[in-house]
Design a protein around this ligand. Sequence first.
Ligand code: GDG
Length: 397
Amino acid sequence: NLHAVPISADEVELHYEGFSNDGLWPLYHDALRESTYDSLQWDAYRNVNERFAVTLANIAPADAIVWIHDYHLQLVPAMLRRQRPDLTIGFFLHIPFPPYELFSRLPWRDEIIEGLLGCDLVGFQRPMGAANFTACAQQLLGVEERNGVIELPTHHASVGVFPISIDFAEVEEMAAGRATRKLTSQIRARLGDPEVILLGVDRLDYTKGIGLRLRAFGALLESGEIDPERCVMVQVATPTREAVEHYQDERREIERLVGEINGRFSRIGLPVVHYLYQTLSYDDLIALYRAGDVMLVTPFRDGMNLVAKEYAAAHIDGDGVLVLSEFAGAADELTDAVLVNPHDDRALQQAIVTAVEMHRHERRQRMSGLRQQVQRMDVQGWADRFLADLVAPTPRP
Ligand code: GDG
């Protein structure tokens, strides 16, 4: 049932790599890198959004429900409502929504808010995203908000919080398969059967704190708090947005760090950091999750972070420790993780040592809490809750 919307190579450069990923992405993630604000990129962003809106307007049946996703398409709701006032329109933002102090830098800030206000329901990962959006709408456009509903002359736009999740049952089933079990023991053997495998899995993105965690691991090897004969680290860094300069810089820095740490602490045939700049198959990924004794999820800022949830779902053995940044949306729910402020070097090192040294009983207790939480709040529940609120908005008291 897919209906493709064509985008030219120029538009990929201007709309996708440019405005979306070199303008909005850093701005929405605490301005961790400088954003590019370029009016040619903005024109392309508007044009691509317009094309999605026109396509939807042409194919949506009367009174249909439309659910639009993510920062690449924030203008579509208002564009679509103008053409098709009969539709019920929802939007979900997968990344954080920044505070007014940052958002107001954007030269086209009013247009973005107006675009999103074309919705019947705008959903965010965390309460802070919803609060930031509401504050921006009030300050920039002077709209009135009451009980999570923004009152507009044409309609009411509800603002809600819907933390996304994963298909717990699917991951659990894959993890339980015989092939996965075999793959997991092969991975452990190939790594030299270490006592502890520390694992990182991320798109190679500067928001994910990959360098930070490598530096923490290096410092612990240096101080002797972690023994390279007992522990190895595996870092999967999936290629992403390679045309964007900030990503090229980040890759260089990570690869320099991996080289530095391996040069200093590896033994022949036994590197202490195994680095894969590759996209793995989902089967391999699940086997790797199972092999990981300590999962390191240390973003500076992350809308949710599904890797943290996948790790818990894959650990059907009930063991394993998750080290999780407070700045990932997942930290609101996964309180049985070892939570850490990744900006605090020493705290991060301490969290890693705590995870490596944790007693079996505590590991199992925490993993059980994590698994229950992810199972209870899976992706189907997320979709059901969003769609139920979209069809019958329930203003909060
Ligand atoms: C955005 C938000 C929010 C990773 N490497 C491989 C691979 N992956 C898969 C993981 C996971 C997904 O990619 C990554 O999801 P995250 O949630 O961790 O991060 P983003 O890509 O930044 O996603 C984020 C999310 O949207 C959903 O709302 O949680 O905050 O930034 O599913 O498994 N999959 C395969 N091979 C890999 O090498 N097959």
